[in-house]
Design a protein around this ligand. Structure first.
Ligand SMILES: Nc1nc2c(c(=O)[nH]1)N[C@H]1C(S)=C(S)[C@@H](COP(=O)(O)OP(=O)(O)OC[C@H]3O[C@@H](n4cnc5c(N)ncnc54)[C@H](O)[C@@H]3O)O[C@H]1N2
Ligand code: MOO
Length: 461
């Protein structure tokens, strides 16, 4: 779970990670420090130097009055419930094992047989009955053969790993622990324990035993287990389909930012992130700031989940709210008491279809992804919530007066280290983070435990 502790004075690493070494009492929110606080020219991989002296940080701005804003934990609970309603409508499919990889099980995986299904030799050697020396039988027993003759007391038979143990066998003697004398009698060169190197039937499981719960994701190991337990096909739930709609006329899809235009950071980021959360993402559509195009795209979408980026605030070209109203969508969450990302929203478009509106600022979009899309997709796939995970914070982090803050942290040793570059428009912090820390309103002191939200490539993988 945790990362090996890096040498404290390993400055190169510190610089790359842009760790918060000297938290300033008022600048932690990041909004006020976007000029690149602490960036040093020459740090590995650094972009051209940002100003060496940070701009004077100011306190996080007071929350914009947002009547409907939902507290962060409640927003996640609402998204979880929304996922459940979607899950209830999904029909399981039975697919051959090699089509099941990566999909959630639609039913618990129960063993179709005892495992092993017969007493098995764990080693190559001899099956022996009673104390030695033993008369060795002419025949031998190989894996895959049907039952061989019962073993008479005082006799032994050659046996291979995985072969069925003959009736009345008391132990298996490994080939390296036995020798035959001139008369063909077998002697043990080591003490023989009763039952040694025999894998008894049902040692691993009994027929009917639950091996994995519903919702478990089929991994390579699960495919192996399912095959061993007798399955040819698996009941799985298809991945939910998510469609990403990127809004904003200012976005470029290639080249460097120029003339007030910026690169679209979310089009490349969201599909793999949503896939890591279990969704299929067939398409990213860039719609500019065209309200009609947004209306048409949402109305025509057949995705289970539509994810929009940008346009959630109240600017002149922020079309998400008006279009949702026009479509008659039900707003389940309209703003969340979380920083960054407070304009995020969750709407029910129609039966079986929801929309997560992510704010355009890239770290705010990450916040929306973890606050709304992650719980929704998790419960949709009936995946159990991961165990709550907390670590002590290495340094104090100032809280927002009334909202939860999510800040990128690196896990080093057994501590969560807050990262710089956590402003809403920045991805530099999260790009080197292992998790996002949930900073409760009022803040967290150094050494105090903080809940961590895993990133798909972080802690648990
Ligand atoms: N009067 C107010 N203005 C704003 C408020 C507020 O409460 N009152 N909230 C601010 C916050 S906080 C956020 S977050 C943003 C949310 O804005 P939108 O969701 O409407 O997003 P845009 O205005 O379209 O974009 C915001 C920002 O992000 C950039 N952006 C957008 N899309 C992308 C993308 N795909 N890749 C990279 N960057 C993107 C965009 O250029 C803007 O700079 O609203 C604040 N305003
Ligand atoms: O603070 Mo916004 O919610 O820029 O992210």
């Amino acid at each position: 779970m945790s990362r090996p502790d890096t040498h404290a004075d390993d400055l190169d690493v510190e610089e790359v990670l842009a760790l918060v070494r000297n938290p300033r009492s008022t600048g932690e929110a990041g909004e006020a420090r976007e000029a690149g606080d602490g960036a040093r020219a020459g740090a590995p991989g650094a972009q051209p130097a940002a100003p060496a002296t940070p701009t004077t940080p100011s306190a996080p701005s007071a929350p914009t009055p947002h009547h409907h804003a939902t507290p962060w934990p409640q927003a996640r609970a609402i998204a979880t419930r929304a996922g459940r309603t979607l899950a209830a409508r999904r029909t399981p499919r039975s697919v051959p094992l090699d089509h099941a990889l990566g999909l959630p099980l639609a039913a618990p995986l129960t063993a179709l047989t005892d495992l092993p299904s017969f007493d098995t030799s764990a080693m190559d050697g001899w099956a022996v009955a009673g104390p030695g020396p033993w008369a060795v039988r002419e025949d031998g027993v190989l894996a895959g053969q049907t039952a061989s003759e019962r073993l008479a007391d005082g006799t032994a038979v050659r046996i291979a790993t995985g072969a069925r143990i003959p009736l009345d066998t008391t132990a298996v003697l490994r080939s390296e622990h036995g020798r035959t004398d001139g008369n063909g009698r077998l002697h043990a060169t080591k003490d023989v324990q009763h039952g040694q190197d025999i894998r008894p039937r049902a040692q691993e499981c009994r027929a009917g035993e639950v091996l994995l719960p519903e919702g478990a994701v089929v991994t390579a190991a699960v495919l192996g287990l399912a095959a061993a337990a007798g399955y040819d096909t698996l009941a799985v739930t298809a991945r939910p389909r998510a469609e990403v709609l990127v809004l904003g006329d200012e976005l470029l899809t290639k080249g460097r930012p120029h003339d007030g235009l910026i690169r679209d950071a979310l089009g490349p980021m969201l599909p793999p992130w949503l896939r890591a959360l279990g969704a299929e993402v067939p398409v990213v559509r860039r719609l500019g700031d065209d309200a009609e195009a947004l209306y048409r795209a949402i109305s025509a979408s057949e995705a289970d989940l539509i994810v929009t980026t940008g346009g959630t605030a109240a600017g002149p070209v922020d079309h998400v709210h008006p279009i949702l109203a026009r479509i008659g969508a039900e707003l389940l969450v309209d703003g969340v008491k979380v920083r960054p990302g407070h304009p995020m929203l969750l709407a029910r478009i129609k039966e079986g279809q929801h929309l997560v509106g992510l704010p355009g600022n890239p770290l705010a979009a990450v916040s929306g992804l973890l606050t709304l899309a992650e719980p929704l997709l998790r419960s949709l796939a009936a995946r159990p919530a991961s165990e709550p995970y907390a670590l002590p914070l290495k340094e104090a982090v100032q809280g927002h007066p009334s909202d939860t803050r999510l800040i990128p942290v690196a896990v080093r040793g057994e501590r969560a280290v807050p990262l710089h570059y956590n402003g809403p428009a920045m991805l530099r912090g999260v790009a080197v983070a292992d998790a996002l820390a949930v900073v409760v309103p009022g803040g967290v002191r150094a050494g105090e435990d903080v809940e961590l939200l895993e990133l798909p490539w972080g802690l648990g993988g």
